[in-house]
Ligand binder design. Sequence first.
Ligand code: FES
Ligand code: MG
Length: 576
Amino acid sequence: MTDPKDKLRRSQHWFGGTSKDNFIHRSWMKSEGLPADSFDGRPVIGICNTWSELTPCNQTFRELAQRVKHGVMQAGGFPVEFPVSSLGETLMRPTAMLYRNLASMDVEEALRAHPLDGVVLLAGCDKTTPATLMGAASVDLPTVVVSGGGMLNGNYRGQAIGSGTHVWKFSEAVNAGTMTLPQFMQAESSMSRSAGSCMTMGTASTMASLVEALGVALPTNAAIPAVDARRYELAQRAGRHIVDLVNRDVRLSQILTREAFENAIRVCGAIGGSTNAVIHLLAIAGRMGVPLTLDDWDRLGRDMPTIVNLMPSGKYLMEDFYYAGGLPVVMKRLLDAGKLHGEAMTVNGQTIAQNVADAECFNDDVIRPLDKPLVDQGGLAVLRGNLAPNGAVIKPSAATASLLKHTGKAVVFEDIEHYKTRIEDPDLDIDANSVMVLKNCGPRGYPGMAEVGNMGLPAKLLKLGVTDMVRISDARMSGTAFGTVVLHVAPEAAAGGPLALVKDGDMIELDVAQRKLQLLISDEELAQRRAEWQAPPEPASGYVRLYHRHVMQADQGADLDFLVGCRGDAVPRESH
Ligand code: FES
Ligand code: MG
């Protein structure tokens, strides 16, 4: 027999009824000045806010939350805004990624512990999108994501400059002696000149695009600038839609299906998206219980051309992408070519095919037709071999074509400090054909898998005009970065992966077309070195010890092993 309580809206387990507990739940809320009918059974909508002054990319979120509230109220719901851990990419050390899983726990437990029927996730800076969505997936309430939107185009001396991308370019120019330090300082304020997240196709823009592709955000969510009035209008409509989703009981699991993830992977190739998306989507799928592997990325991305001409792979920025028509145009082009599941359902109650039916392109150089792509094979490639038995990732669209098949002598850096001291050594035996190898920067090693994989080239080679070299590590790289950079080598060095065993002078073969990454030494020699390898010590206590013991490798999404899966929205027992 069904418990009659199960027919109740989730929030009514707190706010309905006349018990002592119901009194407590309502009475203290009334101190916020709420009228009694707030508790009459209308949908209670959480607005999960990652606003923080330490996360400049999310600085507009208090205002954005107000607009979501307007929408919720217009649709007859009761909005309640609450804060969760915010993760800012630019300030957090050793890396914001160390805290993605921690923040996801915060979101998950906050959703389950409170009287919420649905949630709107406000996310912007890189890790705030996967962290909030991972937490929400483990609860499976009706859910909508509203992204914060990108900054306006950077502008330095009349030239468009992109978040991150130009930091790498300018700092190399300083090292090469072609830019002065005062110019470098001036560029700082020219780059970040408005509120918003990085306006290149870095991780924030990629994740804002992928939530739209997944159908968990509204059409055009990806590209409207943070300060454009239409961003606020979208937030207000999201508030209306979440009430509708609660009324129809459409859960996140009905949106985040296998088809939705396949659509997102395809879209990631088409937009030239960040390598970080691989790890985040694997982790979100893991929470939702949708089977997804690294090989799905290679298979679905293999024939996918990159058609969005944005930095770091191309030349434009997010503002241009929005004015050209934004993600609906990209999705319409993929759909027309049979590359998307058009029937996938989205949070506005329409399918992907319905949402993009009228999409119109206003600039074919920003969003290219499929037959005139920026890069023919734009998908991320998954490499394997004795150096990466469980896989490694490279973004061919951001690499140098001539280096995609390359054999060279390893120059090894044992960790990031070793790299920083050694790279400056004028006597370092390195040339343009060398393969730079960086160890101990993976999930356990760094810890947190920092964005250091695109390690800078030695100044003496930059001065000779060398612009790219093959680099291999167990690290990640910023989505705004570029170069022939092999990332996410699994297992990582700190977990005893073969990367830990590479020595100076070893020959390494990279063949992206063959999906191969091979250390050219004998199996006997490798076994010998493995016998001599010693694991680094684990952290003594605190969160980092929990993380170190439970973090999974990059090929599994780098989530904590005990967080995988959906634990549902069951109402916990009473508190008093
Ligand atoms: Fe926050 Fe790039 S640093 S989005
Ligand atoms: Mg980043």
